[in-house]
Design a protein around this ligand. Structure first.
Ligand code: S3P
Length: 177
């Protein structure tokens, strides 16, 4: 993907619970840019929680909404920070779109880190299963190479606090102090 066709946004990708939303907010304060969370945009447009969309309309409907939203983000001219849903890069069509949306930062986390963070979470439909630990491990195994392919920068988040991760993101963006 040539740099010329890239939009000017900052795009955070990574597994559920990797910190995309919270780091997006911190980054937005730091860079004085607005931040958008694609899950939240979809929830507000559909007037339903993600878990309700999955239950009532199915995952493929949700994935279609994600792709439509990526086209919108790609075609908007203003600079923003976007936190994408953890599964967005999995759809082949989305991968080149994501690259075109802006500078892509992958927050990479180990399965153990994610499990500790999400073991009591009830909002992620894909993890409401008998063995969420195994599900997280297998999804990360499949997705990690995809995230890496889409990313301009990869940041390992395990064992780091949010300030440290924020500094690393800012350095990647050439905004470090
Ligand atoms: C999903 C991640 C979620 C949300 C949906 C599916 C996934 O977003 O889009 O539950 O497939 O990994 P977060 O990564 O913001 O939790």
């Amino acid at each position: 993907m040539g740099k010329k066709v890239k939009n000017n946004n900052i795009v955070l990708i990574g597994f559920m619970g990797s910190g995309k939303t919270s780091l997006g907010i911190r980054l937005s304060y730091k860079l004085q840019l607005s931040v958008e969370d694609t899950d939240k945009i979809i929830e507000s447009r559909e007037k339903k929680k993600i878990s309700e969309i999955f239950a009532e309309k199915g995952e493929s409907y949700f994935r279609k909404l994600e792709t439509e939203l990526l086209y919108e983000i790609r075609d908007k001219k203003c600079r923003k920070i976007y936190s994408l849903g953890g599964g967005t890069p999995v759809i082949l069509q989305n991968q080149s779109l994501i690259c075109q949306c802006g500078t892509v930062i992958y927050l990479s986390a180990k399965p153990e880190t994610i499990y500790e963070r999400l073991k009591h979470d009830t909002t992620r439909p894909l993890l409401q299963c008998d063995d969420p630990k195994a599900k997280i491990a297998s999804l990360i195994e499949t997705r990690d190479p995809i995230y890496r392919r889409c990313a301009d920068y990869v940041i390992e988040v395990d064992g780091k606090d949010q300030n440290q991760i924020l500094d690393e993101i800012l350095n990647c963006l050439g905004e470090g102090t």
